[in-house]
Ligand binder design. Structure first.
Ligand code: RIB
Length: 314
């Protein structure tokens, strides 16, 4: 029986690749995709979700949530990393957003509508999740699990020396979620960085004549070009794709129970995640954290999932 999931994301390229996989993954029933502001603006994230879903045209259309602008957002400009449209200048005809519904409302409605439980997979900042919990406080007792791409156990950030982007962009919301009583799984940079994607993947992407292949080839080649130009690397990281792999195949990941929190102030440390591993820690372990991964098996899964997306969109 496919597992009901909501994917909350800020498409961006690696999120776009994750959506291509998730929408054709037989283990998942993607009941909703909710946009959140992050590497792209709220408006752009909402349009990108709508555009990707319309162009992929999955057998079962998910409900789509529109992101709301974040008043206290830090100034970041990811156009160099992800292109003007956030999707590697994909150039797809942007879909008009019909009947905009706020992401946080879609999250509340879909979790309430599924008594057997919904898993929430977050691939961007935790703004929508925190707002959903504030809108419907009892939701924490109903949601099955929240799988979060974010944080860094070893303290090595990406957007700053100490912080991972999803936690940095809205640390107050991240703290609301991490301090909630829900069952959580965190997939931090420590693990997503263990699955570098090399050029061999490009040769195994679905053909560009398929709807998914046309999108994936542009997304991934753009990212390879960016990583080579900016970092001098011949491989890329697809953080959201690894987090999605953890949702479908948790057996490929080594998990450890830890207490986790996030810094919401600090000139140098805002957004830094703190994982309490002391044996006599006071706070209960509020989450399981991925600390290792079978990288080869995850890469194999990624290739299989992308092939399946191509077959389903031929
Ligand atoms: O730090 C990596 C995260 O930031 C990924 O989720 C990516 O999509 C961006 O949101």
């Amino acid at each position: 029986m496919p597992r009901k999931v909501i994917i909350d994301c800020d498409p961006g390229i690696d999120c776009g690749v994750a959506l291509c996989m998730a929408l054709f993954e037989p283990e998942l029933d993607v009941v909703a995709i909710t946009a959140v502001e992050g590497v792209v603006s709220a408006e752009r994230a909402s349009r990108n979700v709508q555009t990707l879903v319309e162009h992929l045209d999955p057998p079962r259309y998910p409900r789509i949530g529109a992101a709301s602008p974040l008043e206290t957002a830090p100034a970041v400009d990811y156009r160099q990393d992800y292109g003007e449209d956030g999707l590697g200048n994909l150039g797809l005809a942007f879909a008009e957003l019909h009947h905009r519904r706020p992401s946080e409302k879609i999250i509340c409605d879909e979790i309430r509508a599924a008594p057997e439980g919904v898993t929430l997979i977050t691939l961007g900042p935790l703004t929508n999740v925190a707002h959903a919990f504030q809108r419907d406080p009892d939701l924490v007792d109903v949601v099955n699990r929240v799988i979060i791409m974010g944080g860094s156990v070893n303290g090595i950030g990406n957007i700053t020396a100490a912080a991972e982007f999803n936690m940095f962009y809205d640390p107050q919301s991240a703290q609301t979620v991490l301090r909630s009583p829900i069952t959580m799984t965190v997939i931090p940079l420590d693990v997503t960085r263990k699955v570098p994607i090399t050029l061999e993947l490009v040769e195994q992407l679905p053909d560009e004549t398929t709807r998914a292949g046309a999108i994936l080839n542009k997304l991934i080649t753009f990212l390879f070009r960016y990583f080579r130009q900016k970092h001098g690397l011949e491989s890329i990281f697809l953080h959201d794709v690894v987090a999605l792999a953890a949702a479908v195949h948790p057996e490929l990941f080594q998990m450890t129970e830890m207490a986790c929190d996030v810094e919401t102030r600090g000139e140098l440390t805002m957004g830094a995640t703190v994982f309490d591993r002391r044996p006599n820690r006071i706070e209960r372990a509020n989450t399981e954290v991925a600390v290792d991964v079978d990288a080869a098996a995850v890469r194999d899964y990624i290739i299989r999932a992308l092939h399946r997306a191509g077959e389903c969109t031929a």
